[in-house]
Design a protein. Sequence first.
Length: 290
Amino acid sequence: MIELRHLRYFLEAAQQLHFARAAERLGIAAPTLTVQIQEIERTLGTPLFVRRKRAVTLTAAGEAFRSEAEQALQRFDDAVAAGKRAGRGASGRLAIGYVGSAALAGTLQATVRSFRSAWPEVHVDVRECSMASLPARLESGSVDVAFVRLPMPLPAGIAAHVLSHERFCVALPSDHRLAAQTGSVRAAALKQEWFVMPEQENGTWAIARRGRFSPQIAGRPGSLMTVLTHVSLGLGIAILPEVVIGRIVLHNVVFKPLAGEPVFSELGLLHRTEVESPVIENFLRHGVLR
């Protein structure tokens, strides 16, 4: 049976074409090298070297074996290096899920770009997902980390880290009675409105409590842009993180600040508490836990 050590011994002998010199470079005795080469020749059933008094040359079989042995040894060395890179998280795959407002805030881009610069061999797959689906995606392993709006209900085994705080604002159709108003909009002024609910609903409920009313819900259409499209169509108003101000320009939509003590939206990162991947550990240390 030919093992890797046989390949290394043979290649050194083929390189030196001098058994004593090859043995010295390998750190073994010349008779030991001769025995190892003979084991290979017995396995192959053919001589690999022509041994003369003043010279050693490779046979045709030796030349052919040398080419394949070099490739096999290189593949083995590559496999070892790849395993080491993966073991320290320098290569592999990272699946990131996010909600639309995380991209608007710039935190997603800054974190991912910085991570990719530090770990260029890691393949990063980034996808927008519904916020409600992300905890289950994390549990199933289809997503490794997720940028979401907090607070949100989380199952056991999912950890959350707050990355930033932003105030809420109100998105209004441009022909709304409050759109031309200067200054901030009071919560009580929204009492009779219909609300298009974004994925993060706690801002809407906080404003409703402040205004002492129960919100009339026009719908829960899903993503941030879908919510804003409903607002632009005059189907209702929406309470959103004020990161949308200045970053989204949509026909027939106006953004106004809310009066009173600020109600905050938190941008957070979710991950499994049992971090099984060095790639995920590197991402968390690089962008969240440092």
